[in-house]
Structure formats: structure tokens, C-alpha cells
Design a protein around this ligand. Structure first.
Ligand SMILES: Cc1cc2nc3c(=O)[nH]c(=O)nc-3n(C[C@H](O)[C@H](O)[C@H](O)COP(=O)(O)O)c2cc1C
Length: 333
């Protein structure tokens, strides 16, 4: 009820402003004595699990993109998440695309974003990662979207970030599937991924290294990518990133046209993402983090049934509010 009211107000604000206001409010509330304990009592749910040799109090995490600059991990831990993926972090600070770049599609319980990897860069992220956190923190790494960084320079850019954050992370996730940087998906090409893992796997030592894939790859290409990644030492996968597909939406065509390009997340992505996890499970027994349209116990369970070991959400948290994590954890079979 409370969140429904807060959401009605927040949804009157532009999405990025609402995000900022929410997180400021959460930090302010947590500074009041007793509030953190109260929030924990309302949101925590235990369902311990071990994946990648890490212990999780529950298998429901916050997906990349929500806390790009490692500013909110402790606050998010108080909302019941079992783990948080920060980033994407790029080697250099990056402003991202011009605003507006994030759009709500309430009729579809979805978002479209073309943020363009805005973040404060690897140095700033690393400085904040030196804190001790109460839950596993995955660090998502992307290439600085500077179009002059191609070939070996692009690999070196990723590697610089991985070298900086891997010793401070519980897991590193290579984002090779960002639809919002014009060159974002280059590393879905097997030869390029081969070079990328060759350069970054040795930098991770014991830190698990995951590859985050797109829901838009055709099956043969995805299979090649999974097999190559496993051969080159990847420890697991995250599936999926946002989609560029627009089929089956209830949002009016004129509105979609006005929004323009970007990655679609939330409910309309769910089936495609679950099918991607199911396909990948047939090719590898490495752990898979399922993400795309998780908004309750049923959508989370669908990922586990398809073979995922952990799940994450972003859009379902925006629409469902802070108690969604506990609802999911309690509803898993
Ligand atoms: C506003 C926004 C920003 C995002 N930024 C990133 C990012 O920086 N790196 C990344 O790997 N994924 C990013 N994502 C994708 C999410 O991590 C997730 O894969 C996708 O949204 C599907 O999950 P969902 O349906 O629960 O939102 C972003 C998603 C949204 C909505």
C-alpha cells in the first residue's frame, strides 16, 4: 500500500529523477536510528544458497545498472537482496547518452533505456569497493564507449577495469551485450570474446568471472559463445541483458516511436530471457544468473526451473517496490 502511494508520486517525476529521489530518501531514512532494523524486519527473507563458492542468504539479487557507481550497496542490503551487481563500470568515467534516456512503459510493466554506460569510471568504483559489504557484490565491467577504442585497445580497456576491480569483487561480470553503446556488442563475436577472456581471465585469480549475454543472439551464435567462454575459463553466465525487440507490447506504437531506440526490460523480456537460460543450460553446467522480467515468485521460479542458480531483477523492483524480494524468496518452491 505504502509503496503503491510512493510509486504514484515517484512516477510523476522523470525516471532518473525518481531514482535519485528514492535513493536519497532511503539513505536519509537509514540514518535515523532504528529505521534500518525496521526495514530489515520488513524485507529480509532467508533461503541460503552457495554458488561460485560464495554464500548467499537468498538467491535474489539486484541487476546491473541500478547502482552504477557503488553508492548504495549497504542500503540495498537492508532491502533484502541476497546480492548486488554494481556497474557497469568502465575504465574511464563516461557521461552516457543525452537525456531523456530512460522511459517507463507502465502498460507493459517495462522500461526502455539507452543510458549509454554513464558511470564514474573504474578508479572511483574501486575506491568505494574497498568497503566491507554485508552481502556478495558482483562488479559488472563494460568497455568505455569511446569509438576510437577498437581491437586490442578495446581489450586493454576492459582489462584495465578488471585488473582494478577483480581483487575487490566477489565476482566480475563481463558485459558484452549492452545494446546502448554502438560498439557494445562487438565482443559477442567469438574471436573477440576469445581475446577478451584470454586477457581478463588471468587477472581474476580466484574471483569468479561471468559473461553477460544478450537475449537477441540466435541460438547457434549463443551456443558458440557459451562453449568458447567455458573453454576460455569463464566461471558462469548472466542471462540476459535488455532486448532491442519490441514485439507483443501493449504500449501504443506512437509512444514507442517517440521513445526511439534503447533496450527493453521488464515483463515483456521475461519469456525470451527464460528461454535463453534454458537453451544455455543444455550446453553448460556452469552457474547461470537468470535476469529479465522477474517480478514475483512465479517469474523467479521459471528461471530456476530453466536451470538458473541465482536470479536478479531491476525493472520488477521499480514497479514492485522494496518488498518484492521477500515475496519472491518466500514464494520459491
Ligand atoms: C536503466 C537501466 C540501466 C541498465 N544498465 C545496465 C548496465 O549498466 N550494465 C548491464 O549489464 N545491464 C544493465 N541493465 C540491464 C539489467 O541489468 C538487466 O539485465 C535487464 O534490465 C533485465 O532485467 P529486468 O527485466 O529485471 O530489468 C540496465 C537496465 C536498466 C533498466
Amino acid at each position: 500500500m505504502l509503496y503503491a502511494l510512493a510509486r504514484a508520486l515517484l512516477f510523476r517525476l522523470p525516471p532518473e529523477t525518481a531514482h535519485r529521489v528514492t535513493m536519497r530518501g532511503l539513505h536519509a531514512a537509514l540514518a535515523v536510528p532504528g529505521v534500518e532494523a525496521l526495514l530489515r524486519a520488513l524485507t529480509q527473507a532467508a533461503r541460503p544458497t552457495e554458488v561460485f563458492g560464495l554464500s548467499f542468504t537468498n538467491p535474489v539479487g539486484l541487476a546491473a545498472g541500478f547502482d552504477k557507481n557503488v553508492e548504495h550497496v549497504a542500503a540495498l542490503a537492508a532491502l533484502g537482496f541476497g546480492f548486488v551487481e554494481v556497474g557497469s563500470v568502465t575504465a574511464l568515467p563516461w557521461p552516457g547518452n543525452a537525456r531523456p534516456r530512460l522511459f517507463r512503459l507502465p502498460a507493459d510493466r517495462a522500461l526502455i533505456n539507452r543510458m549509454g554506460l554513464n558511470n564514474g569510471g573504474a578508479e572511483a568504483a574501486a575506491a568505494r569497493l574497498t568497503r566491507r559489504f554485508p552481502l556478495p557484490v558482483f562488479v559488472n565491467v563494460a568497455k568505455t564507449p569511446d569509438e576510437s577504442l577498437v581491437g586490442d585497445a578495446a581489450v586493454a580497456d576492459y582489462a584495465a577495469t578488471v585488473a582494478r576491480v577483480a581483487p575487490l569483487a566477489d565476482a566480475v561480470v563481463l558485459n558484452v551485450s549492452c545494446p546502448n553503446a554502438d560498439d557494445g556488442r562487438t565482443f559477442e563475436d567469438p574471436a573477440a570474446l576469445d581475446d577478451l577472456l584470454g586477457a581478463t581471465r588471468p587477472l581474476c585469480a580466484d574471483t569468479p568471472l561471468l559473461v553477460k549475454v544478450s537475449p537477441d543472439l540466435d541460438r547457434a551464435r549463443l551456443r558458440d559463445l557459451v562453449q568458447l567462454a567455458v573453454e576460455r575459463g569463464a566461471d558462469g553466465f548472466t542471462a540476459t541483458n535488455t532486448t532491442v525487440q519490441r514485439d507483443g507490447l501493449h504500449t501504443r506504437a506512437a509512444r514507442l516511436k517517440a521513445i526511439g531506440r534503447g533496450g527493453l526490460s521488464g515483463a515483456p523480456l521475461h519469456r525470451r530471457a527464460v528461454e535463453t537460460v534454458g537453451a544455455m543450460r543444455a550446453w553448460t553446467d556452469k552457474p547461470i544468473v537468470g535476469v529479465g522480467g522477474v517480478d514475483g515468485p512465479g517469474t523467479a521460479q521459471a528461471f530456476f526451473d530453466a536451470g538458473a542458480n541465482l536470479v536478479q531483477l531491476y525493472t520488477g523492483f521499480v514497479y514492485g517496490g522494496p518488498r518484492v524480494v521477500r515475496r519472491i524468496v518466500r514464494g520459491l518452491t
